[in-house]
Design a protein around this ligand. Structure first.
Ligand code: 5GP
Length: 189
């Protein structure tokens, strides 16, 4: 998606070897015009897939996911992050290790918001090592929901996250795909 790539090139900052900071439009300040265009693009890509519901993880997945959900006319559920909770009968829970924050969080979704057989589109801001997707997939499995695909705003293709989806044969659509970072610059795939 050219509009997104342009914004990443103009406003993204590469930190160290593998982190991209995009807090000017996605991770801190949010550009609603760009988010709306992202939502429309996700909806276009999955328009014929009879999506029942979008699922993401708080916090940064919510902005793109809500615009995509509005375009597709479906509800959005976001998994909540909790440092430590006790599993209850009302919740699905999975562990997610964050390489950026070097900590394990639990993500939880209330059972009443997922039903067996529902056709789910997963949405997130970044795909890196795939831990967030892995956690969401574990919850979808527990709920016996059917994952139709994953829509990612920014995929860092040099990290292994896509393999988790490939192995399960889940369709992955990344709106911006980064092949590498070179001398502090983003190289798109
Ligand atoms: P994964 O679970 O695929 O390793 O990483 C996914 C999550 O980590 C994303 O939801 C995002 O919040 C965060 N993340 C991973 N890589 C980056 C990055 O380069 N920049 C930012 N801003 N967040 C990232």
């Amino acid at each position: 998606m050219k509009m997104l790539e342009n914004r990443i090139a103009a406003e993204g900052r590469v930190l160290g070897t593998d982190i991209l900071k995009v807090d000017a439009f996605l991770n801190h300040q949010i550009d609603p015009v760009l988010m709306q265009a992202i939502g429309k693009e996700i909806a276009r890509l999955f328009d014929h897939d009879r999506i029942d519901k979008i699922v993401t993880v708080e916090t940064s997945g919510i902005a793109p996911a809500v615009f995509a959900a509005a375009e597709l006319g479906v509800p959005l559920v976001f998994a909540k992050k909790k440092a430590a909770i006790t599993m209850t009968d009302e919740n699905y829970m999975a562990d997610v290790y964050s390489f950026t924050k070097k900590e394990t969080n639990h993500i939880i979704i209330d059972k009443k918001f997922l039903s067996a057989g529902e056709r789910i589109l997963l949405v997130d801001d970044f795909l890196a090592n795939g831990q967030a997707m892995n956690g969401l997939l574990a919850i979808m499995d527990a709920a016996q929901a059917s994952v139709v695909g994953a829509a990612i705003v920014i995929e860092k293709a040099f990290q292994p996250g896509h393999e988790i989806l490939d192995e399960r044969g889940i369709r992955l659509e990344s709106l911006a795909k980064i092949a590498d970072f070179k001398d502090g610059k983003v190289i798109f795939a």
